[in-house]
Design a protein around this ligand. Sequence first.
Ligand code: PLP
Length: 425
Amino acid sequence: MNTMYESLGVSREVSDFAETILAGLEERFHEIDETAEYNQLKVIKAMQDARVSAECFETSSGYGYNDRGRDTLEEVYANVFQTEAALVRPQITCGTHALAIALSANLRPGDEMLSISGKPYDTLEEVIGIRPSRGSLAEYGVTYAQVDLLPDGSFDYEGIRRALRPQTKLVEIQRSKGYQTRPTLSVAQIGEAIAFVKQLRPDIICMVDNCYGEFVERIEPGELGADMVVGSLIKNPGGGLAPAGGYIAGTLACVEQCAFRLTSPGLGREVGANFGVMQSFYQGLFLAPTVTAAALKGAIFAANVYEKLGFSVVPNGTEDRHDIIQAVEFGFPEGVIAFCEGIQSAAPVDSYVTPEPWAMPGYDSDVIMAAGAFVQGSSIELSADGPIKPPYAVYFQGGLTWPHAKLGILKSLQRLVEKELVRLP
Ligand SMILES: *Cc1c(COP(=O)(O)O)cnc(C)c1O
């Protein structure tokens, strides 16, 4: 084994250090495997109940009427997420698009949307119109209000009560911290907040941005009353195989609204060819529980490695996990750059390129990104990025297999050691 690691540029010193960290993680990894086992059974049961058959993988073109593969897949998603219905399509281009559909389909001029988990994910700022943008909800006369989480990361129930107004139509909850430093919300916490809102105002639609959270726990927000659960297929539920796409699982009423918005009034769910992606959608979902487990192990391993070396990590090495994102705060730019170089050099694709910070559109500082993915932009595959500004933190996620996630972290550490940015104990 050591020879193999050495052939990939990992020194004996680095792998020995890693093994001492791993020795302490056996119990955590066992729990993750059990969650994966539970979720694997859940997915298989959902596929059996929907009577998935080989015909479901056939391609369709044109209008896509009576597309059995597509309709059955949507039934499978509804079963997995314990909702009445689901919309799962290659025509949903990404997570932001899925969220934009869910919002614009269910809000009308004069309605207000209320985020109760603080500032939403960056790309939603333009969807909502917090940052002026063409076609935003604000342009259509939908207003926005926000209640921040309390300093300890929990819901501000008093604030929520005060913020509910007669025109409040939809409440948004973001499960993952995204690229913020707040803790990620657990499904149980989200369920409690939904119950609180519903008890005051049963008519309000509760929508959960579920990105990066799928299959990390045994339950999903739909089981605790969410009216819509929304995410991207190039994150957890695509299992690394879906080449693009998004999903919205929820009540029949909400999902139908979304379908009429995605395609056209009058057409709804009836149209939408599958272009031959069905097998990858089904098989990706089938793999998603174990792929998510691999990514989670990588995140926990990294947290423990870098914590041991004295860096601040979010979540920390022992915390419960509710998404797959790991942040490591280096405090100096060279750390972020070396980490990303290491991740890149561990990739199966584009391992020979060197990532460099650059002025990406939409960001207020240079950003460095590492990804050598089979599906472009896929962040269930091992990937890392960091803005070159204080506190010089790197955010990393993914790994389709645990051995790859492990190699990525070893290579990141190797790079830091070579550049004399850290010294192993
Ligand atoms: C990734 C992400 C999104 C947006 O998804 P894209 O596929 O990148 O458009 C929205 N919310 C959260 C919390 C995310 O992590």
